[in-house]
Design a protein around this ligand. Structure first.
Ligand code: HEC
Length: 211
C-alpha cells in the first residue's frame, strides 16, 4: 500500500478510536453529576418569612435589606453638618497604644492615601507632582484639630476634591488609618508644623515633560 494509503488507514483508525472512547465515557444524562460540595448543590430550601427559617423571624428576613450583624448603618451623609456631627458622635475604637492597629493603618494609608497625601501626609504624593490639585497637609493645624470621627467621615464620604473611600477601605481600616494620621501628627513637633506643601512650579509644562 502507498504511503498515502497508510495515512488514510491511520486517520480512520484514530477517528474510530476517538469515537469508541467517547462512547465508552459518554455521560448518563439520567443521573446527576458527582457533587464535590454537596451543600452548594443541594442546600436546604426554606420558605422566606416562615417560622421554620433558621434565623429568628422579625430580624434579618423581616428587614428591608439583610444587614450584616455587628455592622449597623451609619446615619450620616456627605454634608458639612453631618461631618461635624460625626466628629462629636463617632469615636476611634483603636486606642493610641494599639501597635497592631497602627501598623495596619500605615499599610492602609500607603495603599489608598499616600498617592495624594504623600508618605508623610504633607500633601505631596506622586499624583500631585503630576498636576492634581494638592490636598492640604495632614500635619497642618486644621487637620490636627479635626476630631477622629470627622476624619473617619472624610474617608467615608469624601470632602471637596477627595472622593469617598468607603468601598475600598472597610470601617475598621478607616479608623486604623486615622490612628496612623494621628501618629504622623504626633511625630512632628507642633511648633515645627510644615505649611501646606508648595505646589510644584510646573504649570507651564505639558504633562509629558514632567515624567
Ligand atoms: C485622589 C487623591 C486623594 C486620595 C487618594 C486621598 N485623599 Fe484625602 N484629600 C484629598 C484632597 C484633594 C483633599 C482636600 C479636600 C477638600 O477639602 O477640598 C483631601 C482631604 C483630606 C482630609 C481633610 C484634611 C483637611 O485639613 O481638611 C483628610 C483627613 C484626608 N484627606 C484623609 C485621607 C485618607 C485617610 C485617605 C486614604 C484613605 C485619603 N485622604 C485619600 C485627596 C486625596
Amino acid at each position: 500500500m502507498s504511503a498515502r494509503g497508510w495515512l488514510v488507514v491511520i486517520a480512520l483508525g484514530v477517528l474510530a478510536g476517538s469515537l469508541a472512547f467517547n462512547w465508552a465515557v459518554r455521560p448518563d444524562f439520567s443521573r446527576p453529576n458527582y457533587a464535590v460540595f454537596t451543600e452548594m448543590a443541594s442546600s436546604v430550601a426554606y420558605e422566606s418569612q416562615s417560622s421554620t427559617a433558621p434565623v429568628p423571624v422579625g430580624t434579618a428576613l423581616a428587614a428591608p435589606f439583610a444587614i450584616p450583624r455587628e455592622l449597623p448603618p451609619l446615619h450620616y451623609d456627605a454634608s458639612e453638618q453631618s461631618a461635624r456631627r460625626a466628629g462629636t458622635e463617632l469615636h476611634n475604637p483603636f486606642g493610641a497604644g494599639d501597635g497592631a492597629a497602627l501598623a495596619r493603618g500605615q499599610k492602609v494609608f500607603a495603599t489608598f492615601c499616600q498617592v495624594c497625601h504623600g508618605a508623610g501626609g504633607l500633601g505631596d504624593g506622586p499624583v500631585v507632582r503630576r498636576g492634581v490639585p494638592p490636598p492640604p497637609s495632614l500635619l497642618a493645624t486644621n487637620a490636627r484639630s479635626l476630631p477622629d470621627g470627622r476624619i473617619f467621615h472624610v474617608i467615608t464620604y469624601g470632602q471637596g476634591n477627595m472622593a469617598s473611600y468607603a468601598s475600598q477601605v472597610d470601617r475598621d481600616d478607616r479608623w486604623r488609618a486615622v490612628r496612623f494620621i494621628r501618629s504622623l501628627q504626633a511625630a512632628q513637633a507642633p511648633d515645627a508644623q510644615p505649611q501646606q506643601a508648595a505646589r510644584p512650579a510646573r504649570a507651564a509644562q505639558p504633562p509629558e515633560a514632567a515624567r
